[in-house]
Design a protein around this ligand. Structure first.
Ligand code: SF4
Length: 368
């Protein structure tokens, strides 16, 4: 049996579900776990796991969808950049329909004549810059620790090619400070989450150490998990076992991809180009040391400086509860717009726009 199919094996999943049910029964109290990764969100819904979880185990999605956590003031500045003359904004497709504070998106700007091109990687954007020497090519650098080294590599390539017309809007965010903010914040989710399913992709880069505070300071077990059904179930079993034993730790069940020390090489590339700074998160506000800005020696690639732009005031999409969804304070079905005026075909907020958003996953895989 090949390794990927073994993680879908119904007999293995059934056995893990039975073990999970036993663990919950032995623990003797309800548990809420949160995942902080859009891929986990989709995987849990698509595989049907959510509906199979034993009674007493509740699943919450946190701020793990990179497009969803992008602040509306950041989306606004992407649109303002696209509206400048002689500028081409290049972007991943899922950012195209995300609304800014006034409800407009890059797609609206495009319809009004702005030059926006969808690309599959930052290197495609570098190529566009090489082909359009008289234009400034801007890439909104959105994502977590997983994509930051890729953006850093694209800037290094642009510098090597002598391209001075390629730049980025640095909006990358760091996951561990957001988790700290969630647990430290008053009200919201602070007391609601018993344990965390940690993001496998981010952990490939970071390793386990940056998550240690979850167990050491907040007493929450946390397990790095893969994305197949058996991966997720194994991580949940370990998580509940740690709760039952009263010994919270940060552990890794995704050992075929994640090592304890992560990828020092990816972190080194990231550190060469970026420095840590404060960042605005949708739903969580300004979080200290949770974002990445360009280092002084890379400032010439900062699109905001080059185009004379700055983040403005934030707004609010009327009726949209994405902020509450991203804190795990509300499930999508409790949003009054869910499935009525807000659908994947006609999304109101980013959590319905992105394929990794909780609202989109809830809509697609639970039916309305
Ligand atoms: S259902 Fe739509 S309007 Fe409601 S929180 Fe989700 S994205 Fe926002």
């Amino acid at each position: 049996m090949d390794i990927s199919s073994s993680f879908h094996d119904p007999a293995l999943c059934r056995a893990l579900l039975d073990r999970l049910t036993l663990e919950i029964e032995e623990l003797g109290r309800p548990v809420r776990f949160m995942e902080v990764c859009g891929t986990h969100t989709v995987s849990i819904f698509r595989s049907g796991l959510r509906s199979l979880l034993p009674e007493g185990l509740e699943h919450l999605s946190g701020p793990g969808c990179p497009v969803c956590v992008t602040h509306d003031s950041e989306v606004d500045v992407f649109i303002r950049a696209a509206e400048k003359p002689d500028v081409i904004v290049t972007t991943f497709g899922d950012l195209l329909r995300v609304p800014g504070p006034d409800g407009r998106s890059l797609k609206h700007a495009m319809a009004e004549g702005a030059r926006v091109q969808v690309v599959y990687s930052p290197l495609d954007a570098v190529k566009i810059a090489a082909e359009h020497p008289n234009d400034t090519v801007v890439f909104p650098s959105v994502g977590f620790e997983t994509t930051a080294p890729v953006f850093a590599g694209a800037l290094m390539t642009a510098r090597k090619m002598g391209l001075s017309n390629f730049c980025i809007i640095p909006c990358n965010k760091l996951v561990p400070p957001a988790m700290r903010a969630l647990l430290s914040g008053e009200g919201g989710t602070a007391g609601k989450v018993d344990a965390f399913l940690l993001p496998g992709h981010v952990a490939v880069v970071l390793g386990l150490a940056p998550f240690a505070f979850l167990a050491e300071e907040f007493g929450r077990p946390a397990v790095v998990g893969g994305f197949e059904p058996a991966d997720i179930l194994s991580a949940l079993c370990l998580m509940i076992e740690m709760l039952r034993r009263g010994k919270p730790e940060v552990r890794n069940t995704y050992t075929r991809a994640v090592s304890r020390e992560g990828s020092p090489q990816a972190r080194r590339i990231m550190d060469m180009v970026f420095r840590v700074t404060d960042a605005r998160w949708r739903g969580l506000g300004n979080i200290p040391d949770s974002g990445l800005a360009l280092r002084e020696e890379w400032k010439q690639y900062d699109a905001l400086e080059r185009l004379g732009l700055a983040l403005g005031e934030s707004g609010h999409i009327p009726g949209c509860r994405c902020g509450d969804i991203l804190r795990g304070a509300l499930t999508p079905d409790k949003c009054p717009l869910f499935g009525r005026t807000c659908t994947p075909q006609n999304p109101t907020g980013p959590c319905m726009v992105s394929t990794e958003g909780s609202c989109a996953a809830w809509y697609r895989y639970r039916g309305v």
